[in-house]
Design a protein around this ligand. Structure first.
Ligand code: PEP
Ligand code: MN
Length: 337
């Protein structure tokens, strides 16, 4: 349920309404914009009689929220959420590019790629240290050492780092070392993990599960937000369909749908969506055209010999040329790169 207050309602009146709702056992999520003041009500609203609130002259209207996600719902917050990371922002008028290898392999590799993508216009460095692999015999990532190498790359380039957390037991280390915590597709519904990252104040990059609906993705975001962490960035990374030509099917329609349903920023991962390096460029342009807030792209200096996902990684040269094209395109849609 949402209570829309009349603009310019005095503080003491606002407080009274808030207390009344809280006394009914519900939580009030207050959002104030330039032209609106909203109370998003979370909890069992069944004993709240809308009429009794509508009678209050400071209440403009009462709305029912049909969707199961509340804090992630655009009705709760009409304006786009802008997530701050260091001195940067994601969402709103910005178009953000996160780039880097699938996994961190050694110091030279990660530092050199970081320098190259920075030159191209990426503002965040990605790189897996703990890798979720289908086979237990595949490279599992450099783990702690990978985190240390990411920190070196950050120190040398100033790029904040984005890396995947797979298990709650490493959360403290990640909070200390990492700028954006990635929750991978395979863990999108790992509810314990979602709740734990929800207790931190780190920005969370939440990837859509490979067979998750848009609503399930938004419910996963709600898990994080319900614990207090509202810094969630959603990521469309392709879903499983009957099509086998590509690794997954990029669901471009999810972007406008999510932007309509939620205020959270949404970025696109064309690399895992297609699984083919030569599709990264057209899909990146498509993502920008449908209103994505950014991209996360796999870039490798030597894709043929990459330890993971070489077939979908683009070279730094191609990355720079793609970033230039995107910069030109961003002018048309009033996004800042
Ligand atoms: C990744 O970003 O390297 C990754 C494993 O992605 P996803 O969880 O989308 O498969
Ligand atoms: Mn990968």
């Amino acid at each position: 349920m949402i209570i829309v207050l009349e603009p310019k309602t005095e503080e003491n009146e606002i407080k009274k309404i808030k207390e009344r709702v809280e006394n009914m056992g519900c939580e009030v999520h207050e959002v104030k914009g330039k032209y609106y003041h909203i109370f998003g009500i979370i909890g069992d609203t069944s004993n709240i009689d809308p009429k009794s609130f509508e009678a209050n002259r400071h209440v403009q209207k009462i709305m029912h929220v049909q969707e199961p996600y509340k804090k992630a719902n655009r009705l709760f917050k009409p304006e786009d959420s802008v997530i701050s990371v260091d001195n940067r922002t994601i969402g709103g008028d910005k178009f953000t590019i996160i780039a880097g290898p699938c996994s961190v392999e050694d110091e030279d590799q990660i530092v050199n790629i970081a320098k190259e993508i920075k030159e191209g216009g990426a503002t965040f460095l990605r790189g897996g240290a703990f890798k979720p692999r289908t086979s237990p015999y595949s490279f599992q990532g450099l783990k702690q050492e990978g985190l240390e190498l990411l920190k070196i790359a950050r120190e040398k380039t100033g790029l904040p780092i984005v890396t995947e957390l797979m298990s709650p037991h490493l959360i403290e280390k990640f909070v200390e070392d990492v700028d954006v915590i990635q929750i991978g597709a395979r863990n999108m519904q790992n509810f314990d993990l979602l709740k734990e990252v929800g207790k931190t104040d780190k920005p969370i990059l939440l990837k859509r599960g490979m067979s998750a609906t848009i609503e399930e993705l938004l419910m996963a975001a709600e898990y994080v937000m319900s614990e207090g962490n509202e810094k969630v960035i959603l990521c469309e990374r392709g879903i499983r369909t009957f099509e086998k030509y590509t690794r997954n099917t990029l669901d471009l329609s999810a972007i406008p749908a999510i932007k309509k349903l939620s205020h959270l920023p949404v970025i696109v991962d064309p690399s895992h969506a297609a699984g083919l390096w030569w599709m990264v460029e057209p899909l990146s342009k498509a993502a920008m055209a449908v209103g994505a807030d950014g991209l996360i792209i796999e870039v490798h200096n030597d894709p043929k010999n990459a330890k993971c996902d070489g077939q979908q990684s683009i070279t730094p040269e191609r990355f720079k040329s793609l970033a230039n094209t995107l910069k030109e395109m961003s002018k048309l849609i009033n996004k800042e790169m």
